[in-house]
Design a binder for this molecule. Structure first.
Ligand SMILES: [Zn+2]
Length: 128
């Protein structure tokens, strides 16, 4: 089956051929087409669906228990989050980067997920 975006898509209002663009939202890259006349945009249905799935997961809050393992504490990452990351191919291996982001807040970074600019600027400031 050919991808819908490999076809010419005309703007419903202007009948102008829409041009492919990539839109960045919350670390996500969504394929879209844009009308150069009226700026109307259409997201790729598959990307939009994945993005909506991501938003659903983002809204959830999980209560997970800390367990003492060896000399560290371990928490479980819900399977649906890891599975979603794997589907997005953002999780290439089992290594995640953890940092004490704020008081009362720890962040985990998976695979090739982009660095948080805030963390980077703080890091650079401290190491220059
Ligand atoms: Zn248009």
């Amino acid at each position: 089956m050919t991808d819908i975006f490999s076809n010419k898509i005309l703007c419903g209002k202007c009948s102008v051929e829409m041009q492919p663009i990539n839109l960045h939202k919350n670390g996500f890259v969504l394929r879209a087409v844009k009308c150069s006349n009226c700026s109307n945009r259409i997201f790729h249905p598959k990307d939009e669906q994945e993005y909506n799935h991501f938003i659903d997961l983002k809204k959830k809050q999980y209560n997970v228990k800390m367990r003492f393992v060896g000399n560290s504490y371990a928490v479980s990452i819900p399977k649906e989050i890891v599975n979603f990351m794997k589907e997005q191919e953002k999780l290439m291996d089992d290594m995640v980067r953890l940092c004490f982001e704020d008081f009362g807040r720890i962040s985990l970074r998976f695979g090739s997920a982009p660095d948080l600019s805030l963390v980077n600027s703080k890091f650079n400031k401290d190491h220059n």
